[in-house]
Design a protein around this ligand. Structure first.
Ligand code: SAM
Length: 417
């Protein structure tokens, strides 16, 4: 566990940046305290910022991904710290929660993730299709006669579903290879990737782990045996269409307009968060992000089926993902990340860097993040602690919160002087 720093205590009232956190008090803050890190004192504001108090998030976010955060989190910072048209960046984009929320709010979108699945899941949700156009495209795709690539997926899929899925996969890969892929193909690919496995009849597979966590073939065979189940037929076209309608439900005319505008200038990168050469110096108004937390989530093995469907090498994808096992290793990566975030931030721009509690709450990463940000040149404004009380068992960030009954997210806030 990281040692506490006990240095001199600053006078919060005299700090002109205190006003920044005061703005968050009205958004759900409750209790003020202080954190002493590297001889400086920072304000800490605890409350329930992005849970019950805020309105429902858009259905467009309903794409599952390991360790994704709630859309209300980026929304809070985007609304408090940026104006329409400002560029908002996420270096660890995941399913694209920051990107989609920024687009819905009329901000410019910059997103990166070392996992190519991130772009596959995020980018299509800025260019929305009409359901009728998706139905027409699906009707065009021949869903029979796919050749077997030797990978046995019989423990997940009914033979007819398996056949449809392989045909869809082959068709999408060929469109991409031939340079013919369009926004409808990308939408179908995104939805199908999201429907591959799950625990309800809304997914292509028989009952299995939640959709963001593919079981291995061996484990699935065991699940089937234990539950006495065989994969039932699932109509892939019907399920893609159903999910399409769900994702598009409830969008306002204004949100659709904002998405269209954001799509025109959005940039999605697939690279290491330590260096985003495609983003110019001094250009970003706000970075909102959540990094991989030590070794909590196994992104590579969780994504093996999604990688297969998209023709990606899961091993190669996994190799690039930061899996620091110790706090010093993790902090060293974050120092480099902050170096690049400082380069691209515009003067007066902000960074909201979210970390959860890891190892059952025994380790808080917020102080390490404060040090890394300040070392890069940012001014540390303080820490917002969102506390959510659970009434039932919940697995978030791969940690079982049942014992504690709470889930805590900490967001360290910085400003570029
Ligand atoms: C906690 S998740 C972010 C989830 C995201 N906030 C969302 O709502 O979906 C961390 C992400 O960091 C990515 N990642 C891990 N190491 C990386 C690196 N070195 N550079 C860029 N992305 C990385 C993982 O692929 C994963 O998508």
């Amino acid at each position: 566990m990281e040692p506490e720093d006990h240095g001199q205590t600053g006078t919060l009232e005299a700090d002109p940046d205190r006003g920044r956190l005061d703005g968050f008090e009205a958004a759900g803050g409750g209790a003020w305290s202080e954190a002493c890190v590297a001889g400086r004192s920072y304000p800490v504001l605890a409350g329930e910022f992005w849970t019950a108090r805020q309105r429902q998030a858009s259905n467009l976010h309903e794409v599952s991904y390991r360790a994704c955060y709630k859309p209300q989190l980026p929304r809070l910072f985007i609304q408090q710290l940026t104006r329409p048209g400002d560029p908002v960046y996420d270096p660890f984009g995941g399913r694209g929660t920051t990107a989609v929320e920024a687009a819905l709010l009329g901000r410019r979108v910059l997103s990166n993730d070392i996992n190519p699945l991130s772009r596959i899941l995020a980018e299509p949700r800025l260019t929305l299709p009409e359901p009728e156009a998706v139905a027409a495209r699906l009707a065009e795709i021949p869903l029979g006669g796919a050749t077997d690539d030797g990978l046995d997926l019989g423990m997940f899929y009914h033979p007819d579903t398996d056949q449809e899925l392989r045909a869809l996969r082959a068709w999408l890969l060929e469109r991409s290879r031939a340079g013919l892929e369009d926004s409808l193909d990308r939408w179908v690919r995104m939805v199908a990737t999201n429907r591959l496995t799950g625990h309800s009849p809304g997914f292509f597979s028989v009952y299995t782990l939640p959709p963001n966590q593919a079981a291995s073939a061996r484990r699935q065979a065991m699940i089937n045996q234990k539950r006495g189940q065989l994969p039932p037929y699932r109509d892939t076209r019907a399920l893609i269409l159903k999910k399409t309608r769900q994702l598009l439900k409830g969008l306002t005319v204004g949100e659709r307009r904002n998405l269209d505008e954001a799509a025109a200038s959005a940039r999605f990168f697939t690279g290491d968060a330590r260096s985003a050469p495609g983003i110019p110096d001094g250009s970003v108004a706000l970075t909102v992000t959540s990094p991989p937390f030590l070794d909590v989530v196994q992104y590579a093995s969780d994504n093996w089926l999604r990688c297969w469907f998209n023709g990606l090498d899961a091993g190669a994808v996994g190799a690039g993902i930061t899996m620091a096992r110790t706090l010093p290793d993790w902090a060293a990566v974050m120092r480099d990340v902050f170096g690049d975030l400082f380069r691209i931030a515009r003067p007066g721009g902000h960074v909201a860097f979210e970390v959860g509690d890891v190892r059952g709450g025994a380790l808080s990463l917020d102080h390490a993040v404060l040090r890394a940000g300040v070392a890069a040149g940012f001014k540390g404004l303080g820490i917002l602690v969102n506390q959510q009380v659970f009434t039932k068992t919940s697995h978030i960030w791969g940690i079982d919160n049942q014992a504690k009954g709470t889930n805590t997210n900490r967001v360290v806030l910085f400003r570029k002087p």
